[in-house]
Design a binder for this molecule. Structure first.
Ligand SMILES: Nc1ncnc2c1ncn2[C@@H]1O[C@H](COP(=O)(O)OP(=O)(O)OP(=O)(O)O)[C@@H](O)[C@H]1O
Ligand SMILES: O=P(O)(O)OC[C@H]1O[C@H](OP(=O)(O)OP(=O)(O)O)[C@H](O)[C@@H]1O
Ligand SMILES: O=C(O)c1cccnc1
Length: 470
């Protein structure tokens, strides 16, 4: 759908690449970590999404003729352009499983590749993972509040341009059951659904005829929009007339949609009118600037709404514009690397690393991940990343290893997982997270600590760098 060839990047990746190439360092091995620093939506968790999209892109990543012709105009050297012509991503990637819950400070993805390859894929990796993780997290927050009601993505028209395409994918991972986005349905294999716009009703002289024609044309999938003129005096009575006519033809009206006014009041009144007419099977759907807070509020008001249609707040991640995920070098030319910062929380963690999730004896999440050196089998202690007074013994706590190889020599190790599989897995993981991390207000802080060996290595490198400036 979108052409993700070589120029879909920040140009500094390519300019740095030329320097490595000219210095003969193209084959030097590097390790980068993808992680984020802050949970969006003041929430207690994030849902990792976008991995399969990234793997699709990386398996096929190359510079097209058009890319190379453009780069010729950007003052790159001819030999380097020849190198880019043959460029393939041949690296290895370790990752948390797509759909899993992830937390600030712990590596979510580790890229091991030669320095040029690892650098060139940075932008696309961040672009895909940051956005889909943000939207899958938002969708999951709505899924939790909807308590089993159906969620439909209506967002394409309100999305930030092409972002709507991947927003629909991420929404499905988060627990949406359908989308109005036909292209996303085509490409990702999930349910596409549609009701009708106000323009359709407006185009008729009377609402009833508009409803009748639609029902005749789409008898298996008729959801009537009832608020164009007057929901209770016109929309619902006309929907009941059409529902009855459909019954006489052996068909069933699927639903009605409320799109303005007091949705709780109107849903209650509509439900009663439909039930009294014997149309208790007709579903009530609601839309109009909804988000997780309004879904909660409507259900707290006991609004009998079966389906929520959500656009803007879902696909834009409102009110958080982006996930702040970053990609940092942790190992290069056989040496651990660190990035220093005035802010201690921003000092990066050196070395190839692994992440362990702490579990209770039933396999539920305890509420902490430990980042350690790759190869540490069972970290014994977990330290707060920068508060020396906070640590705990974790040697006897059951753990699971989160970073698993997913790509080797540029090719997937396992079969591509379907969205349905990823979404189901995500719900399994969500069920393992204690409720205090899922509440809206002041959720419990999920801890991400570091092992003793990793802490010592980081501190040693900080000292080493500091000495240079004494
Ligand atoms: N019972 C309710 N409790 C809380 N929020 C509600 C309730 N009913 C509707 N809302 C929300 O309140 C907002 C109302 O929006 P708005 O002021 O634009 O009214 P409207 O009904 O869309 O008006 P208009 O008739 O001009 O389209 C929407 O976000 C809607 O989802
Ligand atoms: O969560 P939201 O961003 O509100 O997205 C959903 C809205 O989009 C549509 O309205 P629109 O006015 O675009 O079209 P319409 O004429 O069909 O109502 C729909 O009727 C919802 O109100
Ligand atoms: O199918 C719908 O009802 C729909 C689709 C997109 C936006 N609003 C509504």
């Amino acid at each position: 759908m979108i052409d993700f060839s070589g120029t879909y990047t920040d140009q500094y990746q390519l300019t740095m690449g030329q320097v490595y190439f000219k210095k003969g360092e193209a084959e030097e091995a590097a390790v980068f970590d993808y992680f984020f620093r802050k949970l969006p939506f003041k929430g207690g968790f994030a849902v990792f999404a976008g991995l399969e999209t990234l793997l699709d892109v990386l398996e096929d990543f190359r510079f097209s003729e058009e890319d190379l012709n453009f780069l010729k105009t950007q003052n790159f050297d001819a030999e380097y352009l020849q190198y880019l012509k043959e460029f393939r991503f041949r690296g290895k990637i370790y990752s948390v499983k797509e759909g899993d819950l992830v937390f600030p400070g712990a590596p979510v993805v580790r890229v091991e590749a030669n320095i040029i390859e690892a650098q060139i894929v940075e932008t696309i990796l961040l672009n895909l993972l940051n956005f889909q993780t943000l939207i899958a997290t938002k969708a999951t927050r709505m899924y939790i509040q909807a308590k089993g009601r159906k969620l439909i993505d209506f967002g394409l028209r309100r999305a930030q341009g092409l972002g709507g395409y991947h927003a629909s994918r991420a929404a499905m991972i988060g627990g949406f059951e359908g989308t109005s986005n036909t292209r996303a349905g085509r490409d990702f294999g999930f349910q596409v659904s549609g009701t009708m716009a106000h323009s359709f009703i407006q185009s008729y002289e009377d609402e009833l005829q508009a409803f009748r024609d639609f029902a005749e044309s789409h008898p298996k999938n008729t959801i009537l929009l009832v608020d164009t003129y007057n929901t209770l005096k016109s929309g619902i009575p006309n929907a009941i007339t059409v529902g009855k006519e459909m019954e006489s033809r052996g068909q069933k009206l699927k639903g009605i949609r409320l799109d303005s006014g007091d949705l709780a009041y109107l849903a209650r009144r509509s439900r009663k009118m439909l039930d009294d007419a014997g149309l208790d099977y007709v579903k009530i759907s609601a839309s109009n600037q909804l988000d997780e807070h309004l879904i909660k509020s409507l259900l707290d008001q006991e609004a009998p709404i079966d389906i929520f249609g959500i656009g803007t707040s879902l696909v834009t991640g409102k009110p958080d514009a982006a996930l702040d995920g970053v990609y940092k070098l942790s190992f290069f030319r056989d040496k651990p690397r660190i990035k220093l910062s005035e802010t201690i929380a921003k000092v990066t963690l050196p070395h190839k690393k692994q992440v362990y999730r702490l579990l209770d004896h039933e396999g539920n999440f305890l509420g902490a991940d430990v980042v350690c050196l790759h190869g540490e089998e069972n970290p014994e202690m977990m330290f707060h990343p920068y508060d020396p007074l906070k640590f705990r013994k974790v040697a006897d706590v059951p753990k699971e290893q989160l970073l698993q190889p997913v790509l080797e020599n540029g090719k997937r190790i396992n079969e591509k997982r379907s969205i349905q599989e990823i979404s189901a897995f995500s719900k399994e993981r969500l069920a393992k997270l204690p409720t205090e991390f899922k509440r809206f207000f002041n959720p419990h802080l999920y801890k991400v600590g570091i092992s003793r060996d990793l802490r010592d290595e980081r501190d040693r490198l900080i000292d080493e760098h500091k000495k240079e400036y004494l």
